[in-house]
Design a protein around this ligand. Structure first.
Ligand code: PGA
Length: 242
């Protein structure tokens, strides 16, 4: 039985605004809030819209905590392809969130095993109220590729060729794309109270079809969300093939 709710937006901007509004309203309600964040092209518009709303309303973010989904192994925050860099550029630099409340996995940590375990423990301690997700063409969420254990916690992953190819558009050459990442696991993502899944563009139509087919299998990582009670899918018309 499908439990998720789908908001059928028209354009990419509409999708971004829908997501920004849900998060903004939640932030207004509760000063102490924990937000799970995603990188990639899909949420860029949402970050713009959300930062604008927050600044216009002069919202106090002193008790906001954030957790990002993932980071490449081997890229530090000064690397313009790192997710640290992306988040700073698209969101954090526009807002006043206490630095110590911002959590992103450290892809250059000396002990990656300790890094992922500490991250998971912190998420267990703080919790995540809303987690934003994009999706890969193959149905991956964060860096959880097809075949990832539904019970996975934050872990180190090997990127698939498809993901390396998709992400190569941001790098000078495909050889520059890291082959490993650290990522929240599927079980970690399921710990969030509410999940907002954004799907945009005709190249993601297949990913939406995979999700709404309702089949629950580790071959389709996003399908785990059918086991969650509070999923809001927000699509634009291109992702729906309209
Ligand atoms: P995209 O990536 O938003 O850049 O398409 C999403 C993902 O691969 O998870």
């Amino acid at each position: 039985m499908t439990k998720f709710k789908e908001i059928k937006a028209n354009t990419y901007e509409d999708m971004s605004n829908e997501a920004a509004t849900i998060i903004f309203d939640a932030l207004k309600e509760s000063k102490q809030f924990s937000l799970g964040l995603a990188t990639g092209s899909t949420p860029e518009g949402m970050y713009d819209a959300l930062a604008k709303k927050i600044n216009e309303a002069n919202l106090d973010l002193s008790e906001l905590t954030t957790f990002n989904l993932d980071e490449y192994v081997g890229l530090d925050e000064s690397n313009d392809q790192s997710y640290h860099y992306f988040m700073e550029q698209h969101f954090f630099s526009k807002l006043d969130i206490p630095q110590e409340n911002i959590h992103i996995l450290d892809g250059v940590a000396e002990d990656l095993q300790k890094e992922v375990e500490d991250y998971e423990a912190l998420i267990d301690e703080v919790g995540i109220d809303i987690q934003v997700l994009g999706i890969g063409r193959n149905g991956h969420i964060a860096f959880n590729e097809p075949g990832t254990d539904f019970n996975s916690l934050t872990h180190k992953v090997q990127l698939t060729d498809e993901t390396i190819e998709d992400n190569s558009r941001f790098f000078e050459s495909i050889d520059d794309v890291p082959t490993e990442a650290v990522s929240m696991g599927l079980q970690t993502i399921m710990k969030a109270k509410t999940i907002i899944l954004l799907i945009s563009g005709d190249n993601k139509k297949n990913a939406r079809d995979l999700f709404i087919s309702g089949e629950v299998t580790e071959d389709i990582p996003v399908s785990i969300l059918h086991n969650h009670d509070n999923v809001i899918l927000i699509t634009d018309s291109a992702a729906r093939g309209e």
